[in-house]
Design a protein around this ligand. Structure first.
Ligand code: EPU
Length: 296
């Protein structure tokens, strides 16, 4: 049965019954019963505090580009809609968590600031990038991170420098009710033309090996140490294998794509099958790289 939400939550900007097809790049899943979209840090804090007071679990959504939804979600979902304020302070650049990650990389290039070129093909929001410690081409966000802001699950606002253990390969502690609010990166002065060329080259490289024209959630599984999940799945002969509208991409085997109408059940079945085949053939149990939300 659907739980009624407290009035103090319902006072905050929200929508109801939003299909996840509109909130995620993969377009699989059901309906988002409650979508809260604060436009300020204070509103976001009010949301988290109200949920904490009521012991009400909630979920945090970024750009929905690294997320697989496997059903209807009844818990309140928080999606920040802060003003898109990209700010330069000397060699530092800051953005709110709802700012586009690629847009920030392009902004850095335009300013002649180097260090964020790796991010030029990684979709989603900067908040999602922080939460996942996004990376490509041997660099990850923590390498250039100066300070970051977040809400604790109790609603306390914290701003700090990264410390050892807080960010690892595609992982940070910013889960379980933490909400990333924004961050500042430290970059170096560079030649604008050269940086923009590198940004374009990274996007081109990604476009040539990944199925970016189809609905996808990026790489589905993490690379096991010293291995490539894409190569392992490929070696199992699974490229092009389909369950309904869900398919192992013929271009890159670690991308499972949605041909348009893939259901949550089809997608879950395909993920389980890929995992089981890789375990059987290589003895390696792949770990999802995407975040998975099951119904609830
Ligand atoms: N390969 C295959 N078959 C495939 C796919 C890849 O044999 O179907 C081989 C490639 O030929 C290459 C090796 O596997 O020799 C590695 O492939 P690739 O260069 O595409 O890199 P990846 O390890 O599959 C990682 C990240 C990507 C990121 C690229 C580029 C992970 C799980 N994946 O992919 O990130 O874009 O490097 O830096 O860390 C993501 O995070 O969503 C993502 C896609």
């Amino acid at each position: 049965m659907t739980r009624a939400l407290p009035d103090e939550l319902l006072k905050l900007p929200h929508r109801t019954e939003v299909p996840f097809a509109k909130l995620t790049t993969l377009g699989v899943g059901g309906s988002c019963r409650w979508l809260f979209e604060p436009t300020t840090e204070l509103e976001a804090q009010a949301f988290v505090r109200a949920c904490a007071r009521e012991s009400l679990p909630y979920r945090v959504l970024g750009g929905g580009s690294n997320l697989v939804i496997l059903g209807d979600i009844e818990a309140p979902v928080l999606r920040l809609r802060f003003p898109p304020d990209l700010r330069r302070m000397g060699l530092k650049l800051s953005a709110p968590a709802s700012f586009g990650h690629i847009r920030m990389a392009q902004g850095a290039a335009k300013e002649g600031l180097s260090g964020m070129e790796y991010a030029s093909g990684i979709p989603g929001t900067t908040g999602g990038a922080l939460r996942m410690n996004a990376g490509a081409y041997g660099t990850e966000l923590v390498d250039i991170l100066d300070t970051y802001r977040f809400l604790t699950p109790e609603g306390e606002l914290v701003e700090k420098r990264p410390e050892p253990g807080e960010f690892k390969y595609r992982w940070s502690f910013l889960t379980g009710g933490h909400v990333a609010l924004g961050f500042t990166v430290h970059l170096v002065e560079g030649d604008r033309g050269r940086i923009e060329a590198q940004v374009a080259a990274n996007m081109e490289k990604r476009g040539s090996s990944q199925p970016l024209s189809q609905r996808n959630a990026g790489c589905i599984f993490k690379n096991p140490a010293g291995q490539s999940a894409g190569r392992l799945i490929d070696q199992c002969g699974l490229k092009g294998f389909r369950v309904g509208d869900a398919e192992v991409s013929p271009e890159h085997a670690n991308f499972l794509v949605n041909h348009g109408h893939a259901t949550a059940a089809e997608f879950a079945e395909l993920m389980d099958l890929v995992r089981a085949k890789v375990l059987e053939s290589h003895g390696i149990d792949l770990e999802p790289e995407v975040e998975i939300w099951r119904a609830g």
